[in-house]
Design a protein around this ligand. Structure first.
Ligand SMILES: O=C(O)CCC(=O)C(=O)O
Ligand SMILES: [Fe+2]
Length: 265
Protein backbone atom coordinates (compact mmCIF):
# COMPACT_ATOMS: atom_id res chain seq x y z
CA UNK A 1 0.00 0.00 0.00
CA UNK A 2 1.31 3.48 -0.89
CA UNK A 3 1.98 5.65 2.15
CA UNK A 4 1.12 9.27 1.53
CA UNK A 5 3.42 12.05 2.68
CA UNK A 6 0.81 13.08 5.22
CA UNK A 7 0.67 9.60 6.79
CA UNK A 8 4.42 9.38 6.79
CA UNK A 9 4.56 12.68 8.63
CA UNK A 10 2.18 11.51 11.34
CA UNK A 11 4.57 8.78 12.37
CA UNK A 12 7.51 11.12 11.96
CA UNK A 13 6.23 13.07 14.97
CA UNK A 14 7.07 10.05 17.09
CA UNK A 15 10.69 9.52 16.06
CA UNK A 16 12.90 9.50 19.14
CA UNK A 17 16.70 9.62 19.11
CA UNK A 18 19.08 9.73 16.18
CA UNK A 19 18.04 6.59 14.34
CA UNK A 20 15.13 7.74 12.15
CA UNK A 21 13.48 4.32 12.05
CA UNK A 22 12.57 4.08 15.71
CA UNK A 23 9.24 5.46 16.91
CA UNK A 24 7.86 5.75 20.43
CA UNK A 25 4.17 6.49 20.86
CA UNK A 26 3.09 7.22 24.44
CA UNK A 27 -0.46 6.41 25.57
CA UNK A 28 -1.11 4.28 22.51
CA UNK A 29 -3.83 2.40 24.39
CA UNK A 30 -6.11 3.45 27.24
CA UNK A 31 -6.01 2.20 30.81
CA UNK A 32 -9.19 0.18 30.12
CA UNK A 33 -7.64 -1.44 27.06
CA UNK A 34 -4.55 -2.28 29.10
CA UNK A 35 -6.69 -3.90 31.82
CA UNK A 36 -8.63 -5.92 29.23
CA UNK A 37 -5.44 -7.19 27.63
CA UNK A 38 -3.95 -8.11 31.01
CA UNK A 39 -7.14 -9.96 32.01
CA UNK A 40 -7.08 -11.98 28.82
CA UNK A 41 -3.37 -12.72 29.08
CA UNK A 42 -3.73 -14.00 32.64
CA UNK A 43 -6.88 -15.96 31.80
CA UNK A 44 -5.10 -17.93 29.10
CA UNK A 45 -4.79 -21.62 29.92
CA UNK A 46 -1.64 -22.58 31.82
CA UNK A 47 -0.29 -24.61 28.87
CA UNK A 48 -0.03 -21.39 26.82
CA UNK A 49 2.82 -20.19 29.04
CA UNK A 50 6.29 -21.32 28.11
CA UNK A 51 8.85 -20.75 30.87
CA UNK A 52 12.31 -19.70 29.87
CA UNK A 53 15.29 -19.09 32.15
CA UNK A 54 14.65 -15.40 32.50
CA UNK A 55 11.01 -14.78 31.51
CA UNK A 56 7.91 -16.60 30.39
CA UNK A 57 6.01 -16.18 27.19
CA UNK A 58 2.87 -16.94 25.25
CA UNK A 59 3.04 -17.53 21.54
CA UNK A 60 0.00 -16.50 19.48
CA UNK A 61 -0.55 -16.83 15.76
CA UNK A 62 1.23 -20.10 15.20
CA UNK A 63 4.62 -21.71 15.26
CA UNK A 64 7.46 -19.79 13.64
CA UNK A 65 9.69 -22.14 11.76
CA UNK A 66 12.70 -21.34 9.62
CA UNK A 67 10.52 -22.15 6.60
CA UNK A 68 7.76 -19.79 7.73
CA UNK A 69 4.70 -19.76 9.93
CA UNK A 70 2.53 -22.76 10.63
CA UNK A 71 -0.48 -20.56 11.33
CA UNK A 72 -3.08 -20.72 14.09
CA UNK A 73 -5.98 -18.31 14.45
CA UNK A 74 -5.26 -15.31 16.66
CA UNK A 75 -7.66 -14.98 19.61
CA UNK A 76 -10.42 -12.33 19.28
CA UNK A 77 -8.96 -10.25 22.14
CA UNK A 78 -5.76 -9.62 20.14
CA UNK A 79 -7.50 -8.67 16.91
CA UNK A 80 -8.39 -5.06 17.85
CA UNK A 81 -4.92 -4.14 19.03
CA UNK A 82 -3.10 -5.62 16.03
CA UNK A 83 -5.57 -3.96 13.66
CA UNK A 84 -4.97 -0.60 15.38
CA UNK A 85 -1.19 -1.04 15.06
CA UNK A 86 -1.52 -2.05 11.41
CA UNK A 87 -3.85 0.86 10.54
CA UNK A 88 -2.02 3.57 12.43
CA UNK A 89 1.57 2.60 11.61
CA UNK A 90 1.05 1.72 7.94
CA UNK A 91 4.42 0.05 8.06
CA UNK A 92 3.45 -3.60 7.73
CA UNK A 93 3.15 -5.21 4.27
CA UNK A 94 0.20 -7.38 5.33
CA UNK A 95 -1.88 -8.11 8.43
CA UNK A 96 0.09 -8.79 11.61
CA UNK A 97 -0.02 -12.56 12.02
CA UNK A 98 2.19 -13.24 15.01
CA UNK A 99 2.20 -11.93 18.59
CA UNK A 100 4.67 -12.95 21.26
CA UNK A 101 3.68 -12.03 24.80
CA UNK A 102 6.58 -11.79 27.24
CA UNK A 103 6.24 -11.49 31.00
CA UNK A 104 9.19 -10.20 33.03
CA UNK A 105 9.48 -10.11 36.81
CA UNK A 106 11.28 -6.96 38.06
CA UNK A 107 14.63 -8.79 38.04
CA UNK A 108 14.19 -10.35 34.62
CA UNK A 109 15.15 -9.19 31.15
CA UNK A 110 16.08 -10.33 27.69
CA UNK A 111 19.61 -10.67 26.31
CA UNK A 112 20.65 -8.34 23.51
CA UNK A 113 19.54 -9.97 20.27
CA UNK A 114 18.27 -9.32 16.79
CA UNK A 115 14.92 -10.78 15.81
CA UNK A 116 15.01 -13.82 13.57
CA UNK A 117 14.99 -13.81 9.75
CA UNK A 118 11.51 -15.35 9.52
CA UNK A 119 9.97 -11.97 10.43
CA UNK A 120 9.40 -8.98 8.18
CA UNK A 121 11.86 -6.35 9.54
CA UNK A 122 9.33 -4.17 11.36
CA UNK A 123 8.45 -4.82 14.99
CA UNK A 124 5.77 -3.18 17.13
CA UNK A 125 5.91 -3.65 20.90
CA UNK A 126 3.03 -2.74 23.23
CA UNK A 127 4.13 -2.38 26.86
CA UNK A 128 1.93 -3.13 29.86
CA UNK A 129 2.63 -3.05 33.60
CA UNK A 130 5.95 -1.84 34.94
CA UNK A 131 8.08 0.67 33.02
CA UNK A 132 11.29 -0.78 31.68
CA UNK A 133 14.40 0.44 29.84
CA UNK A 134 15.22 -1.17 26.50
CA UNK A 135 18.83 -0.87 25.39
CA UNK A 136 19.91 -0.69 21.76
CA UNK A 137 23.50 -1.52 20.98
CA UNK A 138 25.05 -1.51 17.52
CA UNK A 139 26.36 -4.81 16.26
CA UNK A 140 30.00 -5.10 17.23
CA UNK A 141 31.08 -5.06 13.59
CA UNK A 142 29.66 -1.53 13.32
CA UNK A 143 31.50 -0.09 16.29
CA UNK A 144 35.07 -0.93 15.24
CA UNK A 145 36.84 2.18 14.08
CA UNK A 146 37.57 2.20 10.40
CA UNK A 147 41.12 2.18 9.17
CA UNK A 148 42.98 5.46 9.44
CA UNK A 149 45.50 4.82 6.71
CA UNK A 150 43.54 6.57 4.00
CA UNK A 151 44.14 3.74 1.57
CA UNK A 152 40.65 3.93 0.16
CA UNK A 153 39.16 1.12 2.20
CA UNK A 154 36.60 3.42 3.87
CA UNK A 155 34.11 2.96 1.09
CA UNK A 156 34.10 -0.74 1.57
CA UNK A 157 33.38 -0.34 5.27
CA UNK A 158 30.85 2.38 4.65
CA UNK A 159 28.52 -0.15 3.03
CA UNK A 160 27.20 -0.49 6.57
CA UNK A 161 25.67 2.95 6.23
CA UNK A 162 28.17 5.59 7.25
CA UNK A 163 29.48 7.26 4.13
CA UNK A 164 32.23 9.16 5.90
CA UNK A 165 33.70 5.94 7.20
CA UNK A 166 33.33 7.09 10.79
CA UNK A 167 31.14 4.28 11.99
CA UNK A 168 31.56 5.00 15.67
CA UNK A 169 30.01 8.42 15.33
CA UNK A 170 26.82 7.06 13.78
CA UNK A 171 26.36 3.94 15.83
CA UNK A 172 26.09 4.86 19.45
CA UNK A 173 24.27 2.73 22.00
CA UNK A 174 21.07 4.28 23.28
CA UNK A 175 18.05 3.34 25.37
CA UNK A 176 14.30 3.88 25.28
CA UNK A 177 12.08 4.09 28.34
CA UNK A 178 9.04 1.94 27.68
CA UNK A 179 6.16 3.18 29.77
CA UNK A 180 2.97 1.14 30.22
CA UNK A 181 0.41 1.60 27.39
CA UNK A 182 3.07 2.83 24.97
CA UNK A 183 3.94 1.50 21.53
CA UNK A 184 7.51 1.15 20.30
CA UNK A 185 8.10 0.51 16.61
CA UNK A 186 11.42 -0.07 15.00
CA UNK A 187 12.52 -1.14 11.54
CA UNK A 188 15.29 -0.98 8.96
CA UNK A 189 18.52 0.33 10.50
CA UNK A 190 17.21 0.16 14.08
CA UNK A 191 16.09 -3.41 13.36
CA UNK A 192 19.03 -4.86 11.53
CA UNK A 193 22.05 -2.88 12.67
CA UNK A 194 21.35 -2.77 16.38
CA UNK A 195 20.60 -5.43 18.94
CA UNK A 196 17.93 -4.81 21.55
CA UNK A 197 17.72 -6.11 25.07
CA UNK A 198 16.50 -5.43 28.62
CA UNK A 199 18.78 -5.72 31.64
CA UNK A 200 17.68 -8.13 34.35
CA UNK A 201 17.81 -5.43 37.08
CA UNK A 202 14.92 -4.07 39.15
CA UNK A 203 16.56 -0.62 39.06
CA UNK A 204 17.50 0.65 35.61
CA UNK A 205 19.44 3.76 34.73
CA UNK A 206 17.90 6.25 32.32
CA UNK A 207 20.99 8.27 31.39
CA UNK A 208 20.86 7.25 27.75
CA UNK A 209 17.12 7.30 27.16
CA UNK A 210 16.21 9.08 23.95
CA UNK A 211 12.65 9.85 25.08
CA UNK A 212 13.64 12.04 28.03
CA UNK A 213 10.14 13.55 28.25
CA UNK A 214 8.80 10.18 29.34
CA UNK A 215 11.40 9.95 32.08
CA UNK A 216 10.51 13.44 33.31
CA UNK A 217 6.84 12.41 33.41
CA UNK A 218 7.78 9.26 35.31
CA UNK A 219 9.82 11.27 37.80
CA UNK A 220 7.03 13.84 38.14
CA UNK A 221 4.42 11.18 38.84
CA UNK A 222 6.76 9.55 41.27
CA UNK A 223 7.09 12.79 43.20
CA UNK A 224 3.36 13.45 43.18
CA UNK A 225 2.65 10.04 44.67
CA UNK A 226 5.19 10.88 47.33
CA UNK A 227 7.28 7.81 46.74
CA UNK A 228 10.35 10.01 46.38
CA UNK A 229 10.21 10.31 50.17
CA UNK A 230 11.06 6.65 50.31
CA UNK A 231 14.43 7.48 48.81
CA UNK A 232 15.38 10.01 51.49
CA UNK A 233 18.58 8.89 53.10
CA UNK A 234 18.96 5.96 50.74
CA UNK A 235 21.29 5.45 47.81
CA UNK A 236 18.50 5.25 45.26
CA UNK A 237 19.54 7.11 42.17
CA UNK A 238 17.05 9.63 40.85
CA UNK A 239 18.32 8.95 37.33
CA UNK A 240 16.81 5.50 37.47
CA UNK A 241 13.45 3.81 37.29
CA UNK A 242 12.26 1.24 39.78
CA UNK A 243 10.58 -1.86 38.44
CA UNK A 244 8.19 -2.76 41.22
CA UNK A 245 5.73 -4.96 39.30
CA UNK A 246 5.76 -7.32 36.35
CA UNK A 247 6.07 -6.04 32.82
CA UNK A 248 4.15 -7.63 30.00
CA UNK A 249 4.92 -6.91 26.38
CA UNK A 250 3.18 -7.78 23.14
CA UNK A 251 5.65 -8.12 20.29
CA UNK A 252 3.64 -7.88 17.09
CA UNK A 253 5.14 -8.92 13.76
CA UNK A 254 4.47 -10.27 10.30
CA UNK A 255 5.83 -13.61 9.20
CA UNK A 256 5.53 -13.17 5.42
CA UNK A 257 5.83 -16.83 4.56
CA UNK A 258 2.82 -18.76 5.76
CA UNK A 259 2.96 -22.47 5.17
CA UNK A 260 -0.05 -24.54 6.07
CA UNK A 261 1.58 -27.71 4.88
CA UNK A 262 4.85 -27.32 6.73
CA UNK A 263 4.77 -30.78 8.27
CA UNK A 264 2.97 -32.64 5.51
CA UNK A 265 5.14 -35.21 3.77
O1 LIG B 1 9.70 -7.45 25.76
C1 LIG B 1 10.12 -6.70 24.91
O2 LIG B 1 9.85 -5.50 24.92
C2 LIG B 1 11.04 -7.20 23.83
C3 LIG B 1 10.76 -8.57 23.37
C4 LIG B 1 11.63 -8.97 22.23
O3 LIG B 1 12.59 -8.34 21.92
C5 LIG B 1 11.32 -10.17 21.46
O4 LIG B 1 10.38 -10.90 21.80
O5 LIG B 1 12.02 -10.42 20.47
FE1 LIG C 1 13.37 -8.90 20.03
Amino acid sequence: MEVSAEDDNKLRNFIVGDVPTLYYIPDFITQTQQDLLLNNIYQAPAFKWKSLKNRRLQNWGGVVHEKGLLPQNLPPWLINIIQKIFDESRLFPSAINHVLINEYLPNQGIMPHQDGPAYFPVVAIVSLGSPVVMDFSPHLSLTVSTNQSGNGMEDELSCTGAPDGNLQKDYNPFSVLLMPRSLLIFKDKAYSEYMHGIKDCPVQRCDRVVNVGEFLKYRGADQITGSKDLYEGTDVDLNSINRTTNRISLTCRVVPKVNRKLFKF
